[in-house]
Design a protein around this ligand. Structure first.
Ligand code: NAP
Ligand code: ZN
Length: 350
């Protein structure tokens, strides 16, 4: 067992506070990672506040993990001590269902084992995430991380990166595509970088007029404020593809109307409450409303390689662990540019 320092939410909506637990011994197929950085995803906030139901406490959030391997099990062939490694949103799955066989483990028929707020395959051992000093994970669910990019800015790729990369690839966004990214936060700013890098013409649709300069620096060609109905009216029928990254309640119909014939809007944001769709907004131009969840191990590795080759990382604000509750408050006010990342060295001092 490895004694592990962490920060945990003791109960729904409670502030995060220091917490200690033991990581399992490194099994034959496992790697033990000393965590260096962990990104802060809005999903951490939804789950700490139990907005999706079924949260497990105490909860150690964190699924954008980058660190260094300090021990390997006897069967491990893909990693060695000293390698950089990443862990994303899941640490296991059934490994046999069609989704797992296809390398889309996030859609496992039995449900993926979340990196935190989940149970191991035994159904009773809670998983604890990356706001912690160490993690032990099967090598099959561990990613290789390049040493070419600043590690702290790579961490958010493990969730915000793959969650935006995967649908852009699946729906073949590229040269000639007119794309809107709705919401310029952690996911949204990665969506802009990828869509622009793939050659699309990108518009950011935001509630925050003050983010226009940033949007353009991130690679967007156009910017619109969603609260401005005249601007929104002008964009009707404009887009082939819309990526909706919004974390809070909003009206899907306002955005569906912006799709052109056969256009698709993909929802990745997961607000607490359901939304209503007016049938006219999908039948009118044979539009599609779809969703997408993170990405499988194979595609996550592909995305990490793409980022290393193209110099793509997240724009981050590095924080110490004792700033985590304040970081949550700021994210709820859309005041993050554009991802908080925890320097896990601060946990050893906490
Ligand atoms: P974030 O950094 O907090 O960004 C969310 C952005 O949404 C905000 O910056 C804001 O952008 C916009 N927004 C907030 N309230 C809004 C409102 N009422 N109406 C319209 N826009 C609003 O969050 P994140 O980490 O990117 O996560 C975004 C969502 O994706 C969360 O719900 C998270 O749980 C979910 N998620 C899903 C997956 C998946 O696999 N599908 C993976 C990770 C996260 P503007 O200031 O530009 O308006
Ligand atoms: Zn996430």
């Amino acid at each position: 067992m490895t004694p592990t320092n962490a920060y945990a939410a003791p109960a729904a909506g409670a502030a995060l506070a220091p917490f200690q637990f033991n990581r399992r011994n490194t099994g034959p197929n496992d790697v033990k990672i000393e965590i260096l950085y962990c990104g802060v995803c809005h999903s951490d906030i939804h789950q700490v506040k139990d907005e999706w139901g079924g949260s497990i406490f105490p909860m150690v959030p964190g699924h954008e993990i980058v660190g260094r391997i300090i021990e390997t099990g006897s069967n491990v062939t893909n990693f060695k001590v000293g390698d950089l490694a990443g862990i994303g949103c899941f640490v296991d799955s059934c490994r046999t269902c069609p989704s797992c066989a296809a390398g889309e483990e996030q859609y496992c028929d039995e449900g993926m084992t979340g990196t935190y707020n989940s149970y191991e395959r035994d159904g009773r051992t809670p998983t604890y995430g990356g706001y912690s000093t160490h993690i032990v994970v099967d090598e099959k669910y561990t990613l290789h991380i390049s040493d070419k990019l600043p590690l702290e800015a790579v961490a958010p790729l493990l969730c915000a990166g793959i969650t935006t990369y995967s649908p852009l690839r699946h729906w073949k966004v590229g040269k000639g595509s007119k794309v809107a990214i709705v919401g310029l936060g952690g996911l949204g700013h990665m969506g802009v970088k990828f869509a622009a890098s793939f050659g699309a013409e990108v518009t950011v649709i935001s509630t925050s007029a003050g983010k226009e300069d940033d949007a353009r620096k991130l690679g967007a060609h156009h910017f619109a404020v969603s609260k401005d109905s005249a601007q929104m009216r002008k964009l009707r029928g404009e887009f082939d593809f819309i990526l909706d990254t919004v974390s809070a309640e909003h009206n899907y119909n306002d955005y569906l109307q912006l799709l052109k014939l056969n256009g698709t809007m993909v929802v990745v944001g997961i607000p607490e409450h359901p939304s209503t769709v007016n049938a006219f907004n999908v039948i009118g131009k044979r539009r599609s409303l779809a969703g997408s969840m993170i990405g499988g191990i194979r595609e996550t590795q592909e995305m990490l390689i793409y980022c290393a080759e193209h110099g793509i990382t997240s724009d981050i604000e590095l924080i110490n662990i004792d700033q985590i509750n304040e970081a949550y408050e700021r994210m709820l006010k859309n005041d993050v540019r554009y991802r908080f990342v925890i320097d896990i060295a601060s946990l050893n001092k906490a």
